[in-house]
Design a protein around this ligand. Sequence first.
Ligand SMILES: NC(=O)CC[C@H](N)C(=O)O
Length: 489
Amino acid sequence: MGLVIGNFLDRMARFDKIWPQRARVSGTLTSRWTSGLKSSLAEKADLRAVPAQKGMAALGGKSEEFRQGFGSTVADAIRRHGAGRAQGALRKRKKNPMTTPWQRPPAVIVLEDGTVFRGRVFTSAHQGRVLGEVVFNTAMTGYQEVLTDPSYKGQIVTMTYPLTGTYGINDEDMESARIQVEAFLVKEYQDFPSNWRSRRSLAQFLDSQGVLGVEGIDTRRLTRHIRLVGAMRGIIATDTDNVGELLDQVRAFPGLVGVDMVQKVTCSAPYRWENGPQPEAVWKEGHAGFRVAALDFGVKYNILRNLERCGCQVLVFPAHTSAETILAAQPDGIFLSNGPGDPAAVTYGIETVRKLLGQKPMFGICLGHQLMGLALGGRTFKLKFGHRGANQPVRDLRTGRVEVTSQNHGFCVDLESMKHVPVQPTHINLNDNTLEGMEHLAIPAYSVQYHPEAAPGPHDATHLFDRFVQLMGRNKGLSSSETPRHHDS
Ligand SMILES: NC(=O)CC[C@H](N)C(=O)O
């Protein structure tokens, strides 16, 4: 496979060798899952003799809580932040008690092929079972954006990066109004975030919306398994360990193929985007920027932020809106958003896009790109395990330029099927040569499978938003210098 995946596997192999050494040399709790398995409290205190003693001295009367199981979190906090801040953290922790990893309730994950993984629940709000397609994301940061990206609806997401939670959750990096993933699986959860923007911990965020978080998963084994066998349905249970029963339940779950997930995430009524969603669904009086009608199949906020940054004003329409209603708003351009699930199941969206093609300049991202492909007469298929991460190399076939891109998709437009359509393929994924972008030869319409808005990921491709603005300008008879330009390309 490609260089990027090769590097990734190599890095994971090296990480495994380095990890135990680091834990031995520093004598800290970096590997809580090895040290944590020692069951007697005396042994625990021994294993982390230095931070534990400092912790007890610094906390004075708090040593009783240490013995009762706050030990690792307090010692962790002292190591990271010093005794003063650790005391503050302990006070917060008493309000929202979190047990040490080895005290957390067990969770079992069963994949549809019978493979079993075990972990521990690091959230408190959830008891029971969760079903979804299990997918992995290789971005090293960006868990907040991943959790809130509507394209993950119906999916249980695991991060391949082994430590999650370090920088908490902030108020700015939301990609929609809520958490969209069905559940979140990590190798090691870090419950003491340290970042100037952090407002709450990852566990608190998941708890606030009743979403299950599980740690202690062998995420490397899980990822390698999905890569070898392919995307799979999975079930997480916190209420039973009966694998046979869970296997029956996961096999009865329909999964994502052929299922319209868009209706679960699209907005219920049109709205204007202006530094966030605004209730009124009308163009702003006196605004000179191009008017973009965005069809919301599960739009990420950062796409709307980017359009706004390019000087556009944006009205967002529910996925079911008819082509006639959209054209009646007299937009200068039409944007087709990203979104979850199988594009072929969004039949009403395909029909609307077919009617809108050629009426106004059109730009599609991810699911929007797939719907454009289907509306033009192409086909889509499910990739073996999908592209999700922030390091996918894409070549622009017209310039030869390679961009490192952010991606999140499990389906793909079949390049072969586009051979009979008046479309030029413009971008190719260098890992597996699948189609990543196209441009219509006769009408102003183009699309990309990847995410130029990043969030998370590199900003190599933000120029694609400028291209949309240029296209709208040309369509209105403006020269390129008369059209605003906001991104460096
Ligand atoms: N990010 C997206 O828009 C994803 C598109 C589609 N749901 C897929 O998985 O391929």
